[in-house]
Design a protein around this ligand. Structure first.
Ligand SMILES: Nc1ncnc2c1ncn2[C@@H]1O[C@H](COP(=O)(O)OP(=O)(O)OP(=O)(O)O)[C@@H](O)[C@H]1O
Length: 746
């Protein structure tokens, strides 16, 4: 069957998947706790109920409701399937037996003095029945189940008139009461549940605990736990209620509807809360928004067929979640006050009984009468008392008849009792003997129990040891696989390294080869270049020598030219000198011839003048000659200087060429030496690389050997360890089995 509900226990969410037409609508409801289909009774109890039970023992009133569709597991949740299984507490045990057990365990652990009473009410078709009122259940006739009235207590609360509360001293007593009364619940077969409970049941445990104040005064602390198994919320048509029971479906829904309306009104904080509209809500008024702590368990089915009811339950519970109760601890009552209250209650009950017997009137205590102002409440009370009186009349007649037959039976019984008492005395002796035997057996059992405990302890230790060994083995196996992984990884790295070295080797050889070639070509080129430079220098020197020679020739020619010019000029100067001397002689003879008269002076002056001019011309030529001589001398000197410089330069150039040549020769030598060193260095590198790869190869093989050796040793060790552990475990199992056998024998 398809499921439409999924639970997220961690987030406290319930997801409902609804399909309307082709549309899928997902709805999520959040709760304080969510228990999925795999949850156990114990989970629900320990997480949600157990803390509330503790609070009851602290003096709070707590109520636990189980609400949900018929057949969804409310009764299973509250009561469970069976309380005990093979003498142990069953895992199917529900909230009620588990709460009872916790209460007694805690009370016994604290050595607290306490008194405890329980009550069990059923609300069916808006009528309250007391399932503990024993005398009414003697008869199997349903009609005799007497409905009882709900009364206002005048303090704003209600009480169930004449409700029986049974004092209990142990959990077993409560279990017995529950077993006895479970058959009395109104059940009917529906399509959804073979034993559907049609009524609401309220099981209450009231605990009075004796405590001491700091001043040492004795006080009574009271806590009450209400465990409510609501009737299933049903759709009459779908639930298939049969045999005219459809009415009860309506009534159940009516009281559940009122419960829903009360919840809605509380959530909306409405001014009017319709508690009074149903018996259920009147009775549980304090648990709904009052001083009581309340927990609602919403039971749902994951089936698609129940989706409508499931959604309604989820909405109902979700609304109820937002109700805020104001839990208050019950006031501690002084023992004396409690006693006084109890005496008053007894007094009231006595007066009530007398009034009922006399059928005259009803008794209402003065204080209640004064407080009962509300007409409605009073009318209801009267109505119930009327109903009660009528049913009591009927019962009286039946009881009278019963009384007569009972008296007859009593006489017979007294006789039987006397016989039985005689037999009893005989049995008592037997019982005493058996008690003694029982004590001995008990002692022996305790001893064996002690032994068993010790054995169990040692078995637990052994199991723990085995677990430790197993985990060690697991660790060793994990280490081994890790080691294998590492070896594989190392192999891969070594392989990759080898490839890289080989590649490097080939690249290096290639590069060395190229370098050799380059160096040889460069040496050749350098040699050629040096040769060319040498040749250039030789040609330059020879050209220079030729030019110098030519220059020398030219200088000689120039010198000769100057020399001839100077001699010509010298000749010219001599001729000029000779001519002037001739002219001067002629002039002197003329002066002597023509010097007589007055005009002698003028003639003298004239002659003197020309003589002066001649003299002057002669002086000029002399100076010119001197100048030429000096120039020729300077030119000669300059040429000589030039010649000297040229020959010096020639020598310097020859020296420079010589030096250049030597330097070139040295460079060639040095380059050759460097090239030799480089090639020898590369040769060495080559040798070293080949040696290195050889070493690498050797290391790799030795590593391989070492690793395989290690692997072998590790495998041996692991095998040995495994065998040893298996042996140990087998040994331990054998020991444990022998112990178990011994224990069984014991
Ligand atoms: N969690 C569960 N594990 C095993 N069985 C379960 C569980 N819940 C319910 N059941 C079984 O399903 C059947 C119906 O459950 P139960 O009577 O508790 O439902 P209900 O809600 O009380 O029904 P109704 O409202 O009709 O009384 C019972 O036989 C019960 O044992």
């Amino acid at each position: 069957m398809p499921t439409v509900i999924s639970c997220n226990e961690l987030r406290g969410e319930v997801l409902a998947i609804q399909k309307i037409g082709n549309k899928q609508i997902d709805r999520t409801f959040v709760f304080d706790k969510v228990f999925g289909p795999t949850a156990k009774q114990m989970d629900l109890f320990s997480q949600s109920i157990s803390p509330m039970v503790n609070e009851v023992l602290q003096g709070f009133n707590c109520t636990i409701f189980a609400y949900g569709q018929t057949g969804s597991g409310k009764t299973y949740t509250m009561e469970g399937r069976e309380k005990t299984k093979n003498g142990e507490f069953s895992s199917d045990a529900g909230v009620i037996p588990r709460s009872v057990r916790q209460i007694f365990e805690e009370l016994e652990a604290e050595f607290t003095e306490y008194s405890m009473k329980v009550s069990l009410l059923e609300i069916y078709n808006e009528e309250i029945t007391d399932l503990l009122a024993s005398d009414e259940w003697e008869s199997s006739d349903d009609k005799l189940k007497k409905p009882i009235a709900l009364m206002e207590d005048g303090k704003g609360g209600v009480f169930v008139k004449g409700m029986e509360e049974e004092m209990v001293r142990s959990a077993d007593e409560i279990y017995r009461i529950l077993d006895k009364t479970s058959a009395r619940r109104q059940t009917v077969e529906t399509l959804l549940n073979k034993r559907s409970s049609r009524s609401h049941s309220i099981f209450s445990i009231t605990i009075h605990l004796k405590k001491f104040t700091q001043e040492g005064e004795e006080v009574i602390k009271t806590g009450k736990l209400n465990l409510v198994d609501l009737a299933g919320s049903v759709n009459v048509l779908r639930s298939g209620s049969v045999e005219g029971r459809a009415r009860d479906a309506g009534e159940i829904n009516r009281s559940l509807l009122t419960l829903g309306r009360v919840i809605n009104a509380l959530v909306e904080e409405s001014s009017h809360i319709p508690y009074r509209d149903s018996k259920l809500t009147r009775l549980l008024r304090d648990s709904l928004g009052g001083k009581t702590k309340a927990c609602i368990i919403a039971n749902i089915s994951p089936s698609i067929q129940c989706l409508e009811e499931t959604l309604s339950t989820l909405e109902y519970a979700h609304r109820a979640r937002s109700i805020k109760n104001k839990p208050e601890i019950n006031q501690k009552i002084m023992k004396s006050v409690l006693m006084k209250d109890l005496y008053c209650e007894i007094d009231r009950l006595k007066k009530e009984v007398i009034a009922t017997r006399e059928k005259k009137d009803i008794y209402i205590p003065g204080n209640i009468f004064l407080q009962e102002g509300e007409k409605k409440a009073m009318a209801e009370k009267m109505e119930h008392i009327q109903v009660e009186l009528e049913s009591k009349d009927k019962q009286l007649i039946v009881l009278q008849e019963l009384h007569d037959s009972q008296q007859q039976l009593t006489a017979e019984l007294i006789e039987k009792i006397e016989n039985s008492q005689n037999k009893l005395k005989g049995y008592e002796k037997v019982i005493l003997d058996q008690e003694e035997q029982y004590q001995k057996a008990k002692y022996a059992i305790r001893e064996k129990e002690h032994l068993i405990m010790q054995m169990l302890h040692s078995e637990r230790v052994l199991v723990e040891h085995a677990n430790c060994l197993r985990s060690e083995l697991d660790f060793a196996a994990a280490d081994r696989s890790e080691l294998f992984c590492k070896i594989e990884h190392k192999d891969n790295i070594a392989e990759r390294n080898q490839i890289i070295v080989q590649r490097f080797q080939s690249q290096l050889t290639e590069q060395l080869h190229t370098m050799h070639k380059t160096v040889a070509t460069s040496v050749m080129q350098q040699k050629n270049q040096l040769k060319e430079i040498e040749e250039d220098m030789q040609s330059f020197i020879s050209v220079k020598a030729v030019t110098t020679k030519e220059l020398e020739g030219l200088v000689d020619k120039l010198k000769d030219l100057y020399q001839s010019d100077i001699t010509t000029l010298d000749g010219l100067a001599g001729e000029l000198d000779h001519n002037s001397q001739v002219t001067f002689g002629k002039l002197y003879s003329q002066v002597l011839t023509h010097s007589t008269s007055l005009d002698d002076v003028r003639t003298l002056s004239y002659s003197c003048n020309s003589m002066f001019n001649n003299y002057f011309n002669r002086f000029d030529l002399f100076v010119l000659r001197q100048c030429f001589k000096r120039i020729a001398f300077e030119a000669d000197y300059l040429l000589k200087e030039l010649q000297n410089n040229l020959s010096k330069q020639k020598f310097k150039l020859t020296d420079f060429v010589q030096l250049q040549h030597e330097g070139n020769l040295r460079t060639v030598e040095a380059t050759r030496a460097i090239s030799d060193t480089v090639s020898s260095y590369f040769h060495n590198v080559e040798v070293l690389i080949s040696r290195l790869s050889k070493i690498l190869e050797e290391t790799k093989t030795s590593q391989y050997q070492q690793l395989s050796e290690l692997e072998r040793k590790f495998e041996e060790c692991a095998d040995y360890e495994e065998k040893r552990l298996v042996k140990k475990v087998v040994q331990m199992l054998i020991t444990s089995k022998t112990r178990q056998k011994k224990r069984v024998k014991i």
